[in-house]
Design a protein around this ligand. Structure first.
Ligand code: BG6
Length: 477
């Protein structure tokens, strides 16, 4: 049996995002964000794709982010549970609109800043390192209404001010930073990834690629500021990763799979290597897309590259050039993929592929030769409380064990990985569907899709399992 050896000081932990956990959506003077307008149910998908019809929450709709799991008031209890599992790190995001309710206010809100100070103090008290994402799918709504969000270059300056405010305030508490969550998401769910809203006749691709450039420049400025303000900190990017397989070994399929991966990789190529790769310049030209740049942009991108590559991995994807095979594309998934006959799917149709995790890790390391950080991974599943009042989530343990083993294999190949923060260590609301029913946690939260429940927390079987993995630094895998 292979014994997996994880580096000393490996950052085991979990990851959450502000709008999926905090709730308290108007407390402490917080402004509304894009996430606060994403209802559960049929209309959600349309909105995520950029078809927003009103800038206000609508009567009769249920908005899961408004209360989420109430981490805003219960963070001490939750952090104590993470500490009991032995977490070394908690990845969480700061909600921009708690700090600047409109996104570009003259002064930051002390109440918002203090909230995160308290959360970081609580984490540090338990020797848990905060890993902070500056922007995780919640753009202040005012910026969307007034400026068209990231389609507008002005957002770069607003974000820079926000980033510098965070870096200065938390410089003694936070040593691991990340700029934009899943930066490639703006090409798949434009409202989620970048607050983009489209009108009839808009050239969507043009708007998306321009917005991507703005985020890339903003990210480089945040990297620059981080290196200046906290020289002993690390700051990374974050990619929604997952290798694309060719359906067959037909060269056209192989080429298509490579192109699919490049659609995402180009953003990290810029963030990590500091320049737009030739293949994306060609893609832009052939699609009549032009990215407007200002003098100095290219130099900024070149100079301020990230210290590590953060990424999420839920499963692999597959593609084909055969029209018959293309008919099997699974819908409802963020990344379109043809059905892979060798894999099983989760209850939400996401392919489960532990080997693909290893392949993805190896590819990323081969490509960038930089420290990696697995900042999301896990299984969204329906959990049932049995007659003994327990959740026996063996399926989750099985998923995680297989994935962790593959990560262990990659480490034996010499890949450097900073840590592993599994997604949703405590049940939180789902990004794609808004449901509570899609659970990832080691800790069960009593709340249903309609918002009913006590919000009480309860340990699942996986709680002790993960605790043991951390305690042995992965040796018992
Ligand atoms: C990632 C996001 O895309 O996947 C998270 O960074 C999200 O915010 C996670 O929650 C899982 O997706 P879902 O839809 O199952 O919540």
């Amino acid at each position: 049996m292979t014994k997996y050896v994880f580096p000393e000081g490996f950052l085991w932990g979990g990851a959450i995002a502000a709008y999926q956990a905090e709730g308290g959506y108007l407390e402490g003077g917080k402004g509304l964000t894009t996430a606060d307008l994403m209802p559960i149910g049929q209309k959600r998908w349309d909105i995520l794709m950029g078809n927003l019809t009103s800038f206000k929450p609508q009567e009769g709709e249920f908005y899961p982010s408004h209360e989420a799991i109430d981490f805003y008031h219960r963070y001490k209890e939750d952090i104590a549970l993470f500490a009991e599992m032995g977490f070394k790190a908690l990845r969480l995001s700061i909600s921009w609109a708690r700090i600047f309710p409109n996104g570009n206010d003259e002064q930051p809100k002390e109440e918002g800043l203090k909230f995160y100070d308290d959360v970081f103090n609580e984490l540090l008290k338990h020797d848990i390192q905060p890993v902070v994402t500056m922007s995780h799918f919640d753009v202040p709504l005012y910026l969307v209404k007034e400026y068209g969000s990231w389609s507008n270059r002005k957002l770069i300056q607003f974000f820079e001010t926000y980033a510098k405010t965070l870096l200065n305030r938390y410089k003694n508490k936070v040593k691991y930073w990340m700029t934009f969550n899943e930066i490639n998401m703006l090409l798949h769910m434009p409202f989620v990834g970048a607050g983009l809203v489209f009108k009839e006749g808009d050239n969507m691709l043009q708007i998306q690629y321009q917005a991507a450039h703005h985020q890339l420049v903003a990210s480089a400025l945040a990297v620059k500021a981080c290196h200046e303000i906290i020289p002993d900190a690390m700051i990374g990017c974050m990619l929604a990763a997952g290798v694309t397989y060719p359906y067959t070994c037909k060269p056209d399929d192989v080429q298509k799979a490579m192109d699919k991966d490049r659609e995402s990789y180009f953003l990290v190529d810029v963030q990590s290597r500091g320049e737009y790769p030739g293949y994306v310049k060609r893609f832009l030209k052939e699609n009549n897309l032009t990215i407007e740049m200002e003098a100095g942009d290219e130099e900024l991108l070149k100079k301020h590259t990230v210290d590590y590559i953060g990424f999420s991995y839920y499963g692999s994807r597959a593609t084909s050039t055969d029209p018959e095979i293309l008919k099997t594309i699974t819908s409802g998934n963020v990344f379109s993929s043809v059905e892979n006959p060798f894999l099983e799917n989760s209850e939400w149709g996401w392919p489960i592929d532990a080997k693909g995790f290893r392949i993805t890790i190896n590819q990323l390391y081969d490509r960038y030769q930089k420290l990696l950080f697995v900042v999301e991974n896990g299984l969204g599943a329906i959990d049932v409380i049995n007659s003994e009042g327990e959740v026996n989530d063996d399926y989750r343990i099985d998923y995680l064990r297989k994935h962790l083993k593959e990560m262990g294999e990659a480490i034996q190949d010499g890949v450097e990985i900073l840590g592993y923060t599994s997604w949703g260590p405590i049940d939180i609301i789902s990004n794609t569907t808004g449901e509570m029913k899609k659970r990832y946690g080691y800790i069960y939260v009593d709340k249903d899709n309609d918002g009913n429940g006590t919000l009480n927390r309860m340990k699942k079987k996986s709680f002790d399992w993960y605790k043991n993995i951390i305690a042995t630094n992965g040796a018992v895998l």
